[in-house]
Design a protein around this ligand. Sequence first.
Ligand SMILES: C[S@@+](CC[C@H](N)C(=O)[O-])C[C@H]1O[C@@H](n2cnc3c(N)ncnc32)[C@H](O)[C@@H]1O
Length: 238
Amino acid sequence: MEMGKTKEFLKKRFMKPSVLDVGTGLGGLVNEFLEIFPEGNFIGIESDETVFEHYKKHGEEPAIEIKIMDAEKMDFEDNSFDIVILSNTFHHIKNKGKIFDEIKRVLKDDGVFILGEMRSDDLSQKQKNHRDLHHLSAEIDMHNGIYHENTYTEEEIVDFVSDFFDVLLKDYLDYESDVSDYTDMVNRLRDILDKKIDKLDIGNDDKKSSSNKADEILENILENGKDIPTMVILTLKK
Ligand SMILES: C[S@@+](CC[C@H](N)C(=O)[O-])C[C@H]1O[C@@H](n2cnc3c(N)ncnc32)[C@H](O)[C@@H]1O
């Protein structure tokens, strides 16, 4: 599924839109929008100042200009953007209502808000493996003081956002991996998880329980593989 309905809708509505990507990180969904609107005016905001180090480490340049800014208090005028994107960031934010209010403020009256978010339900076995790994990472992040929740079901996402915006369109995006042998990936993941769990400020029993969880998930990945869960793509209006 390739968010065809969304692309068609947006192409009819905008020519050279001003686009804000909130929580832009290492890009992700915004790349689909760069393809639809090569002449659009894109800007991304990100609260984590180490984002530039990540790009360096990956030997990449950001595809769009990035400003370090907190989405809870954006430094933009009211009614500034045709399109605002929030992708796979919903489960990273504590004050969702505050950020949705800010998105409403900076979005033009005839603009659209695109919420893209991995769902936690209705997944293939490969996608469940990714979800379970993600949930364990979220648990570790929370222990380390980084706000990171488990992902939500499609219904939970739609219900939450419907209190703030009108849903114009619901669509889906799938990324299927072409990896045939997961051994290297699993070994890398095991190494990363072992180190992270070892560093946690929790008792030995809790560390053991997290390690067991990690082992179980990694065994499933080795056996069945892993795919990013289907993303629900909502086109919303204020
Ligand atoms: C999982 S990444 C998503 C990256 C990208 N949008 C994608 O589609 O893959 C979530 C990003 O949101 C950022 N973030 C979390 N809270 C934020 C906030 N209040 N303001 C700006 N960025 C925030 C995180 O630092 C992280 O880089």
